[in-house]
Design a protein around this ligand. Structure first.
Ligand code: ATP
Ligand code: MG
Length: 397
């Protein structure tokens, strides 16, 4: 029924040169998103507009699903796009459109004409009136409602004639690739995939790092993180995932440091290693799924102690979110079911019964001194043996 889409995006704050950067990134992301969709698509821009046109047969539902995941898109309007000639042709196209798109004619409508082509012999208001009359003549069950129409029929005279009336919401945000790159600390939990999604939504390309502790953590726990990265990649685009073997470092900390400080010290090493990869890959910040007070390692004092080792900004988009709100997002973006699979993660295996909730940075640093002998070498080994995977979204679901 539809061969084309009008893609609407938010224009606030994106004027001049920035608009082209924004549009180019949006077009690029749309192309990537449509790659797995059956069909042949041509994407074009026209004065603040992006159009997607299908050449020949295509999978409409998959195309809409793919587009609804592209950050930067506010709305997706399935559209008829035909040659713009004279008024009788416009009228015929509109009559055909209403018939095909609305088999049930018992509906109210209002026509909104926009005329970019000021040469056209009728003005917008004249076209509105003429088309309104023509629709009423063709379909007497329809009626006009200028205040609250069920069908807002847009008729645009631009390079071509655009007709559309339906609008499917997009995710909003900014196209990925407009805001640099950041490194996500991705665990198998509920929070970090959501944190990655939220930062990617602001236009940031994300990479990820996962720390595992074989044989204490299983292959399945690792596969779960890969699966989560695949789901986040549906929105963010491909994610370069670094998988770090953290076992020796964890055991060494366990042997040398007070057990109530284990989690904090371990988290400080995670941040240091994540930052190493971040710098190597030109990332501008780190991302975590932390939220104030959620667990002992996320009190403000614990966050301060963890943060103290970082020289890059650490973005914590969930910092003020309640768990319920995080869960709602996880459900909406489809990471929740995977996140709650009950595989052990490396934080829970070495966890102390009574972890410090108000760590003192001085004391933590003194404890870390006890690691001096081997820790640098261990960090180097962990970094150099990391497995690097390029994770792509696997399918349209
Ligand atoms: P999540 O649900 O994201 O796992 P959490 O509530 O389990 O979070 P913590 O275990 O304290 O909280 O982890 C806090 C943050 O540290 C996570 O959101 C994540 O960004 C990072 N993190 C924790 N464990 C790992 C890991 N094994 N690999 C990579 N990052 C991790
Ligand atoms: Mg966790």
């Amino acid at each position: 029924m539809f061969q084309a889409f009008l893609i609407k995006y938010g224009e606030i704050g994106i004027k001049g040169k920035n608009r082209y950067l924004f549009e180019d990134a949006l077009v690029h992301q749309i192309k990537l998103a449509l790659q797995p969709v059956e069909g042949n698509f041509v994407i074009s821009t026209e004065r603040g507009r992006v159009y997607v046109e299908a050449k020949g047969a295509f999978d409409y539902d998959d195309a809409v699903l793919a587009l609804s995941r592209v950050f930067g898109i506010i709305a997706i309007c399935p559209m008829w796009q035909v040659e713009l000639t004279d008024y009788p042709h416009i009228e015929q196209a509109v009559i055909d459109y209403m018939d095909e798109v609305y088999p049930d004619k018992n509906k109210s409508f209002k026509v909104f004409t926009k005329r970019a082509d000021k040469e056209f012999p009728m003005n917008s208001q004249e076209i509105n009136v003429a088309l309104g009359d023509a629709i009423l003549d063709a379909y007497p069950e329809m009626h006009v409602d200028v205040h609250n129409p069920e069908i807002s029929l847009n008729v645009e005279l631009r390079t071509k004639l655009n007709i559309y009336s339906e609008s499917i919401p997009g995710p909003g945000g900014m196209p990925v690739g407009t805001a640099g790159k950041a490194m996500l600390l991705l665990s198998g939990g509920i929070d970090s995939p959501v944190a990655g999604y939220m930062i990617a939504k602001r236009g940031v390309v994300i990479e990820a790092v996962y720390f595992h502790a074989p044989p204490y953590t299983s292959e399945r726990a690792k596969q779960k993180v890969i699966d989560l990265a695949k789901i986040v990649a549906r929105y963010s685009g491909p994610i370069r995932l670094h998988i770090v073997n953290f076992t020796d470092i964890q055991l060494y900390i366990y042997d040398c440091c007070p057990h109530d400080e284990l989690t904090i010290i371990m988290r400080r090493y995670m941040m240091r290693i994540a930052e190493h990869f971040a710098k190597q890959d030109a990332c501008l910040g780190l991302i975590t799924g932390e939220s104030i007070g959620q667990v002992a390692s996320q009190t403000m004092k614990s966050l301060a102690a963890t943060n103290e080792v970082c020289t890059m900004p650490v973005y914590r988009p969930l910092i003020a979110f309640d768990k319920n709100d995080i869960v709602s997002i996880a459900e909406r973006i489809d990471t929740f079911e995977t996140s709650i699979l009950p595989y052990e993660d490396c934080c829970t295996i070495f966890v102390a019964k009574h972890p410090v909730t108000k760590p003192n940075v001085g004391a933590i640093k003194r404890s870390e001194k006890k690691l001096d002998e081997k820790i640098d070498e261990m960090v180097e080994t962990a970094v150099s043996t990391a497995e690097i995977l390029e994770i792509e979204a696997d399918r349209l679901v």
